[in-house]
Design a protein around this ligand. Structure first.
Ligand code: SF4
Length: 155
């Protein structure tokens, strides 16, 4: 798996202060996509075990409290990203039990495959659906267009 950016301290992508990982790879090709440079799976940098360790350490860093991890992209539920993302969310669940996980995907909850659902089962919040330029609204919280849905799961 490749990633575009990792922000160890982020106050924009989700509630509170968070760690945020933007993975590479997206097949949705939304018109008006804010970041087409994330579409290619081989763009960005290789996601290494060292970076996974760093994310876990950052989430548990008591000097700067982080509420949780945000996973965006690109698309964390792109088929090529599933094994890397599943491994990471399993680690966060096991090693950072008091942190929440938010995940943004262009796939809709109702159309997810079993392998994608294996990840979604482990997150607290899924914001789903493609970005629709005609429904874009900068006043929306945590989403770009009004067709996208914020699903909050009780784990
Ligand atoms: S899902 Fe997100 S990253 Fe993918 S094309 Fe749409 S807006 Fe861009």
């Amino acid at each position: 798996m490749n990633y575009q950016q990792y922000y160890p301290v982020d106050v924009v992508n989700g509630p509170g202060t968070r760690c945020t990982l933007f993975v590479s790879g997206c097949e949705h090709q939304c018109r008006g996509c804010y970041n087409q440079s994330t579409w290619r799976l081989d763009s960005g940098h290789l996601f290494t075990p060292q970076l996974a360790d760093q994310i876990i350490a950052d989430l548990n860093d008591s000097r700067i409290y982080r509420r949780g991890l945000s996973l965006s992209g690109g698309d964390p539920l792109h088929p090529a990203n599933l094994s890397g993302v599943l491994k990471l969310v399993k680690r966060v669940r096991a090693e950072c039990p008091d942190k929440d996980i938010w995940l943004w995907s262009g796939y809709q909850l109702s159309e997810l495959t079993d392998a994608q659902r294996d990840i979604v089962r482990l997150v607290d919040v899924l914001i789903d659906g493609k970005f629709e330029q005609a429904l874009a609204d900068p006043a929306l919280e945590w989403r770009g267009s009004s067709n996208q849905v914020i699903h909050r799961f009780a784990l």
